[in-house]
Write a protein that binds this ligand. Structure first.
Ligand code: ASP
Length: 332
């Protein structure tokens, strides 16, 4: 009996030793992940489109991972202030981020970025492509998108538009509209389109191209006017709005694709857990229902992966580099 106990002990300590030698410091850190609260950084103000996506996804992922995920809003400079914070955080899975299309434009727009959007993050996966809408304060008399564009032209540079900072989705959409339709407008920057929407409701500026996650309910309740959607197909939650493509700008398409990133160097097993939890969230009936009400469809499972997000970034960086160069815009 005593002999047996001794040999079991030896066997155990030998295997513990083998395990310890095989473990890198990173995989040791990933053991038991997550065992404390995870921060999900949104690089835009609370109450806006990215915040809406992040709170829904974060709540569902937290349930799967068995830990709470708290959303921290760090808005400003088109999202670059928040993304700099993520890039510099420890790659341990306790700081993750949801942002969007802007991540593919910051490199071309900002000369003094403190981080590299392409090299300082690990990809977790794509989340959803969020349609955008052309909206105005109720005081604008245009009755449809054609009249809206005619009015902006007639005002010759006096129409004001709100956006969430240089390189944000609302800024990029307006930029493309101005270029393609030869419009001139004056931009008013906010830390996110959540606070911008409050000012549009109050009539402090005239126009915005913003995501359906922020505009759907306001349009439906008549607090702002909606004119058109930026997707090639109509959006089922806003059936009265035509597409830009079928009205004033054939071929026009801009969506605010959202995705999840983490600081570069995430241990593989932590990445795997986050990817799995993200994929569960995208099938969560509550997420699907809330998304649908806001005109958003989650990406299929094969796109909610690090590989699909890397490919998306590569092609979007190329696409926006060309648009930004042609527009001659700079963030700083
Ligand atoms: N993502 C920004 C926000 O959530 C909006 C934008 O990019 O236009 O406020």
């Amino acid at each position: 009996m005593r002999m047996m106990t001794a040999s079991i002990k030896i066997a155990l300590s030998a295997s513990t030793l083998a395990l310890a030698t095989a473990m890198t410091p990173q995989s040791a850190a990933a053991q038991g992940y997550p065992n404390r609260t995870i921060t999900l950084l949104v690089p835009a103000a609370a109450g806006g489109p990215t915040d809406t996506v992040a709170r829904l996804i974060g709540e569902s992922m937290g349930k799967t991972l068995g830990q709470s995920i708290i959303v921290e809003n760090v808005g400003g400079a088109g999202g670059t202030i928040g993304m700099a914070r993520v890039a510099k955080a420890a790659p341990d899975g306790y700081m993750i981020s949801i942002y969007h299309i802007a991540q593919a434009t910051h490199g071309a727009l900002y000369d003094n970025l403190q981080y590299s959007p392409a090299n300082d993050f690990d990809s977790i996966g794509r989340i959803a492509d969020v349609p955008m809408t052309l909206v105005s304060k109720t005081g604008v008399t245009a009755k449809n998108v054609k009249e809206l564009i005619d009015w902006i032209k007639a005002e010759a540079g006096k129409v004001t538009y709100g956006h969430a900072g240089i390189g944000s989705a609302s800024h990029l959409c307006a930029l493309v509209l101005m270029k393609e339709l030869n419009l001139q407008m004056v931009g008013v920057a906010y830390r996110g389109t959540g606070p911008a929407m409050n000012d549009l409701l109050g009539g402090q500026f005239d126009f915005m191209c913003d995501q359906t996650t922020n505009t759907t309910n306001q349009i439906k309740e008549g607090r702002i006017k909606g004119y058109a959607v930026t997707t090639k197909s109509k959006v089922s939650s806003l059936p009265d709005l035509p597409t830009m493509d079928s009205t004033v700008l054939p071929g026009f398409e801009v969506t605010a694709w959202h995705a999840m990133w983490a600081p570069k160097g995430l241990p593989k097993d932590v990445t795997d857990k986050l990817v799995a939890a993200l994929q569960v969230a995208l099938k969560d009936p509550k997420v699907i229902e809330r998304f649908a009400g806001l005109g958003v469809e989650p990406v299929p499972q094969n796109l909610a992966t690090p590989e699909a997000l890397k490919a998306q970034m590569a092609s979007e960086v190329k696409r926006w580099d060309a648009i930004i160069k042609a527009a001659g815009v700079k963030g700083n």
